[in-house]
Design a protein around this ligand. Structure first.
Ligand code: FAD
Ligand code: SF4
Length: 461
């Protein structure tokens, strides 16, 4: 029986070696491994994996093509629903989505859907890619603000329907968090991100970088001066939060966003770039999400002894289990049930330590998680040269502030219905700008929903 075959393990760089370089941690499957893993799939009639995928990739169909050795057809099947398969195969939290619902997971291990998607996408890229299938031009123009997964997914679907789509991106490179946030060792920029963006462009999508909506252009100018009939806002949630504790002004305190942007977008880790980055010998990262893991693993690769400080226990860590596992393997220290109360500086204004307090878990809060409570009198210091705050982010208010009729929640997220329609007619939104910080695939799903709604909206005008 196919499902008696154990899940095929994936090869990875040795933890000791990879802790000193920025090359990709995971090597992915080769042809034999991919075909063996694909042969485990039961090709279910009512596939639970597809129902759990926010962009509804036809999982059993593409996997059976892998098993049969037709990787080109497998790539075409994925391309019908996903414009970023090599990205999603690498960074999606499959354990809570497709793989979390795979029928094989009930009694043994689920099919490695993510690794198979990655294999197909990489094979396809190395063998000429999928030929773009685009409807004839329909004469309608749509603007997309932001080139992250939400904007790219929305733009791709509209371009396939024949729309003339332009993406306006504030930064000098497209990709959003894929480009500036997620590190090279998890998601290679030139090999994977730029290549997938090139296939979005191959559908006819135009991307204008260095354009800030709310400054260089406005939503109104896109309608009134540039003739766009609908606008999709996928501007993400890039505004970092701080703790508001004393000492956060010292030199050496970064937000995780700034620290990662310097490394990923501005290539501070490479000797052929001038971007300054400073870690010193010791780094403390505050927070327990994926972003905290990325910041810590980056600091480690820059040569610092790195400690993650988190106020709950390992059980409550919001980061993916795989990321925590990788971080531990590489030698990141974890200080659990610990919360900073003050950053301490030296006479020159540089960080020298963080004063922390021990925590214990009390009653569950509204999120259902037990709230951390301070243990009185338990303060202690952790010596460090750098503190990286990774406490979550929220949407930048610029676009909402400069666009009449666009309403936001109290937390600054754009208000949009399940189709992405905002409170202003013709303006749609999706991804982190609406939900707050979430995931690549949810942002892509929102982009696709909005593309379908924009099509209905324009056709009804
Ligand atoms: P973004 O990716 O944030 O893209 C928004 C884009 O809009 C940006 O390029 C921004 O420059 C641009 N923009 C903003 N304002 C303007 C403006 N005024 N004018 C023009 N352009 C503008 N998710 C996962 O699924 N798996 C992971 O492993 C994972 N790891 C992560 C690691 C890090 C470090 C971070 C920060 C996030 C991670 N996420 C992960 C979350 C995921 O990346 C985001 O949920 C996703 O990128 C959101 O997509 P988006 O398109 O809504 O926004
Ligand atoms: Fe294959 Fe699992 Fe999906 Fe069934 S649920 S089709 S076994 S991947």
């Amino acid at each position: 029986m196919a499902n008696k075959i154990p899940r095929v393990p994936v090869r990875e760089q040795d933890p000791k070696v990879r802790a000193t370089n920025f090359e990709e941690v995971c090597y992915g499957y080769n042809v034999e491994e991919a075909q063996l893993e694909a042969s485990r799939c039961l090709n279910c009639k009512n596939p639970r994996c597809v129902a759990a995928c926010p962009v509804s990739v036809k999982i059993p169909q593409f996997i059976s093509e892998v098993a049969a050795g037709d990787f080109s057809r497998a790539a075409e099947i994925i391309a019908e629903d996903s414009s970023l398969p090599a990205v999603c195969g690498r960074v999606c939290p499959q354990e809570t989505q497709c793989e979390g619902s795979c029928i094989l997971g009930i009694k043994s291990e689920p099919v490695a859907i993510g690794k198979l998607e990655r294999f197909v996408a990489d094979w396809s890229r190395e063998n000429g890619g999928v030929k773009p299938v685009v409807a004839p031009a329909n004469g309608h123009k749509v603007a997309v603000i932001g080139s992250g997964p939400a904007g790219l997914a929305c733009a791709s679907d509209l371009a396939k329907l024949g729309y003339d789509v332009t993406i306006f991106e504030a930064l000098h490179r497209a990709g959003g968090v894929l480009e500036y946030g997620i590190p090279e060792f998890r998601l290679p920029k030139d090999k994977v991100v730029a290549a997938e963006i090139a296939s979005v462009k191959a559908l006819g999508v135009k991307i204008e970088t260095n354009v800030i909506a709310g400054r260089t252009i406005t939503v109104d100018s896109l309608f009134d001066e540039e003739g766009f009939e609908a606008v999709f806002i996928g501007s993400g949630a890039g505004l970092p939060r701080f703790m508001n504790i004393p000492g956060e002004h010292y030199n050496g305190v970064f937000s995780a966003n700034e620290f990662l942007t310097r490394n990923n977008l501005m290539k501070a880790y490479r000797s052929d770039y001038d971007t300054p980055i400073r870690t010193g010998d010791k780094v403390v990262v505050v927070g327990g999400g994926n972003v905290a893991m990325d910041a810590a693993r980056t600091a480690l690769r820059l040569g610092a002894e790195t400690t993650i400080v988190y106020r709950r226990t390992e059980k409550e860590l919001p980061a993916r289990v795989e990321e925590v596992h990788h971080a531990k393997e590489e030698g990141i220290q974890f200080a659990m049930l610990t919360n900073p109360v003050e950053v301490l500086g030296d006479e020159n204004g540089w960080v020298r330590a963080v004063r922390c307090i021990r925590m214990e878990l009390g009653e569950p809060d509204e999120s259902g998680r037990r709230s951390p409570v301070e243990v009185p009198g338990s303060e202690f210091e952790i010596e460090t040269n750098t503190v990286i705050m990774s406490l979550g982010t929220s949407p930048n208010p610029l676009i909402a502030k400069t666009t009449a009729g666009l309403e936001t929640t109290r937390r600054g997220c754009l208000i949009a219905d399940e189709n992405g329609a905002t409170t202003r007619p013709g303006v749609f939104a999706g991804g982190d700008a609406v939900t707050g910080a979430a995931t690549v695939i949810l942002a892509m799903g929102a982009g696709r929903q909005a593309a379908a709604a924009i099509d209905r909206y324009i056709q009804s005008l």
